[in-house]
Design a protein around this ligand. Structure first.
Ligand code: ZN
Length: 400
């Protein structure tokens, strides 16, 4: 039961102001919200008492005598930490972050996701324990966990659903697994969705609609529409890697890891390129190995990369028509094969998509250097724990 008048910002909304802006004074909050002095004082005192806001020491600006006036407040981002882990097909990247989602320290580990959750999650927990030791924090100071996986997820339940490659993960209760050690929220996202959120929030906050195309061992995409994640009704939105755009007749279509014939990733994913390179006498056992071959201008690798670029471009052109993004960010290990992949992508998107959909379309490389998923997870987690409704509920429970 809330006592706030309709439309009047509650403590959670007031706290949200401090997430988006530099330190604010009580007068700033009155001006921005239109709330009365007594209400602003009440909200800020409540947030201070709960430890969510901290009073800032006035800055002393050299040569100006005095800096920011006393009595300004900021989010207390060091009150706890967030832990995130991007679980990839063959490697994991984990990070400890402050409460704003800024990465403090990170670590990586080679790990095969197909070994299943009972093998993989203990490794994630070991990475988390090592990160906590590095930043000098205890488990009790962890305010949230977030993981991403290379497959579709049920966001509400934090379970992986019918993953094409992640054997043993289907319906596994990830939240339950961590609940014995951590008393905090846990979010689970598809990797491409987390990457899309990371790029959107960091580099394209005004883009409205963006698509992130992830080219790694597999192929996937994440969609941000009107500034919100588009997961679809069942979490399957954006699964571009398992669409079949070309003739899937059994005579010429390659078998996909999902069991279907002729999926996009069975023609153009990192694993498919490894398969095709092997068939032509070029043995590589990682996607990085594929990228290295392309970069050294190996003629077979270059030909396959260009062909893969055109298949990916064909798939992407359909997506551009349907979603009409302002920006498409191409990321993932295979995206590092640079121009060989990009040439085909660009050619297909601009020749096959509708003119209206490409008129202002920007096709960009990922700019977060392999960190897009962890950056996205940390920001999502920060949004989640500071969600105004959630904050109001916490505060009303604390005062009850
Ligand atoms: Zn498939």
């Amino acid at each position: 039961m809330t006592t706030q008048a309709l439309g009047s910002p509650g403590p959670g909304e007031v706290l949200a102001l401090f997430r988006a802006r530099p330190p604010l004074t009580r007068a700033d909050v009155m001006r921005v919200t239109g709330l009365s002095r007594s209400t602003v004082n009440q909200r800020i005192d409540l947030l201070l008492e709960a430890g969510l806001l901290a009073e800032r020491e006035p800055d002393v600006v050299p040569g100006r005598g005095r800096g920011r006036p006393a009595g300004s407040f900021a989010l207390d981002v060091d009150r706890g930490v967030l832990l995130v882990c991007d679980i990839g097909a063959t490697a994991m990247r984990a990070a400890a972050c402050d409460l704003s989602g800024r990465i403090l320290t990170e670590t990586t580990l080679r790990s095969d996701v197909t070994e299943g959750p009972l093998e993989v999650l203990p490794r994630v927990e070991s990475m988390f324990a090592a990160l906590l030791e590095t930043v000098g924090r205890a488990r009790t100071e962890v305010h949230g966990l977030a993981l991403s996986v290379p497959g579709p997820v049920d966001h509400e339940q934090a379970t992986v659903i019918s993953p094409p490659i992640m054997s043993g993960w289907d319906q596994f209760d990830v939240r339950g697994w961590f609940a014995t050690d951590y008393r905090c929220p846990l979010l689970l996202e598809k990797d491409a969705t987390a990457m899309a959120w990371g790029e959107y929030r960091t580099h394209y906050p005004d883009a409205d609609t963006i698509v992130l195309l992830k080219l790694g061992t597999g192929v996937g995409s994440g969609i941000i529409s009107h500034g919100r994640i588009h997961r679809g009704a069942d979490g399957a939105a954006g699964d571009i890697g398992h669409t079949q755009l070309l003739d899937p007749s059994p005579t010429n279509a390659p078998l996909c890891r999902c069991g279907n014939l002729g999926c996009v990733e069975a023609r153009a994913g990192g694993w498919a390129m490894m398969r095709d390179l092997a068939a032509e006498g070029r043995e590589v056992d990682t996607v990085d190995g594929v990228v290295q071959l392309v970069r050294t201008s190996d003629p077979v690798a270059v030909r396959l990369a260009r062909a893969a670029g055109r298949v990916l471009g064909l798939a992407l052109s359909e997506m551009v028509n349907i979603v009409n993004p302002r920006v498409v960010v191409v990321d993932g290990q295979l995206a590092e094969a640079e121009e060989q992949i990009f040439a085909g992508l660009r050619e297909m998107v601009y020749s096959r998509s509708l003119p209206l959909a490409t008129r202002r379309l920007e096709l960009r490389r990922g700019r977060l250097d392999g960190r897009a998923a962890s950056v996205g997870l940390a920001l999502l987690l920060s949004d989640h724990i500071f969600d105004p409704t959630r904050i109001d509920l916490q505060l009303s429970e604390a005062s009850a």
